[in-house]
Write a new protein. Structure first.
Length: 327
């Protein structure tokens, strides 16, 4: 004969339900308040940048969008973001073109090819690269990458110079250019993209992979038909995270790039500039009006970042069928 469990007094049961409802309300209000606080902070940043930008743009003697020169502290202030926008976008595009394919390959190697004894230390090493300070990357780029990349730039000038983009107007010049910056940024964003992509690949339902293999697919065919479609939103999200760092990187770019106010489509020629690098180099010596001008360029970078992240969200929302929610 089995004994029945002791009955819970009705009053205690009502108290437990009441306490749980109170806890749910507290947690809900905390999470909602955190979301509202984040929106308020972003709105405050945008409002501050917009206000200071308005002060600068009202006295700009040039066209803010098309002017190459940056002399806001001159008697007649003239400044524009043409060179900065071009350098920021070009260096980020180069970085993503190099980093994304390599990151996907590394993530697939760790998650689907490497033995566990090798995959775990290798994954830890890749994650450790994300913790390296930017100044260390900048010093490495200036002291090692720049002196040793002359051979690559000369080869590209010789065999790809017909594209105009990879031709050098000053052959043999020190390669402190947007191409070198793009390579450095690719190395910096590689661990971020790899880490996120690797975790997404590990979430692929095992039954999907086994079903593809059971139908006679090779390992590559299984990855192409089961793993990559499932991980596509994650790859996009990881790429956007890396792109955000590439767009806003400051110290490493300032250490490697030979900045000037010349806009050139020859990306192997020294010179160029980016938003973050320009702010870092000129903020300390700028006068109050010059700082307002730097705030205006910071507002443009802020808007570009929001547009990039918004586009990523739209792309992911259009591909919900690959999100794995129905798996």
């Amino acid at each position: 004969m089995t004994s029945s469990p002791p009955a819970v007094p009705p009053g205690r049961d009502r108290r437990s339900r009441r306490d749980s409802r109170v806890g749910d309300k507290i947690f809900f209000n905390l999470t909602r308040g955190s979301g509202i606080l984040l929106l308020v902070i972003m709105a405050a940043i945008a409002g501050f940048l917009a206000y200071r930008s308005g002060l600068a743009l009202s006295k700009d003697e040039g066209n803010f969008l098309t002017t190459f020169e940056w002399t806001p502290d001159a008697p007649k202030p003239v400044f524009g973001i043409a060179v900065l926008a071009f350098g920021t976008i070009v260096s980020a595009v180069i970085a993503m073109a190099i980093a994304v394919p390599v990151a996907i390959g590394v993530a697939l190697f760790i998650s689907h090819y490497a033995p566990r004894k090798i995959a775990q230390p290798f994954a830890y090493l890749v994650d450790l690269l994300a913790a390296v300070p930017s100044i260390v990357y900048g010093l490495w780029g200036a002291l090692f990458l720049v002196p040793h990349i002359n051979g690559l730039t000369s080869w590209m000038d010789q065999y790809l110079g017909w594209t105009y983009v990879f031709s050098q107007t000053v052959p043999g010049a020190t390669p402190r250019n947007l191409f070198t910056v793009g390579i450095l940024l690719a190395i910096m964003v590689l661990p971020i993209i790899t880490a996120v992509t690797r975790e997404v690949f590990r979430q692929v339902p095992r039954m999907h992979e086994e079903a593809a293999l059971a139908l006679g697919a090779t390992r590559w065919e299984m990855i192409r038909t089961a793993v990559l479609p499932f991980g596509r939103p994650g790859i996009i999200s990881a790429s956007m995270l890396g792109l955000g760092r590439a767009l806003g990187e400051t110290i490493a770019v300032a250490t490697v790039l030979s900045a000037n106010s010349v806009l050139s489509l020859h990306i192997l020629d020294p010179g160029g500039g980016t938003f973050a690098q320009n702010i870092a180099l000129k903020f300390g010596e700028a006068q109050p009006f010059g700082r307002d001008a730097l705030m205006a360029s910071g507002l443009v970078l802020f808007v570009i970042t929001l547009v990039v992240n918004g586009a990523a969200r739209l792309i992911i929302a259009r591909r919900k069928e690959y999100s794995g929610a129905a798996a």
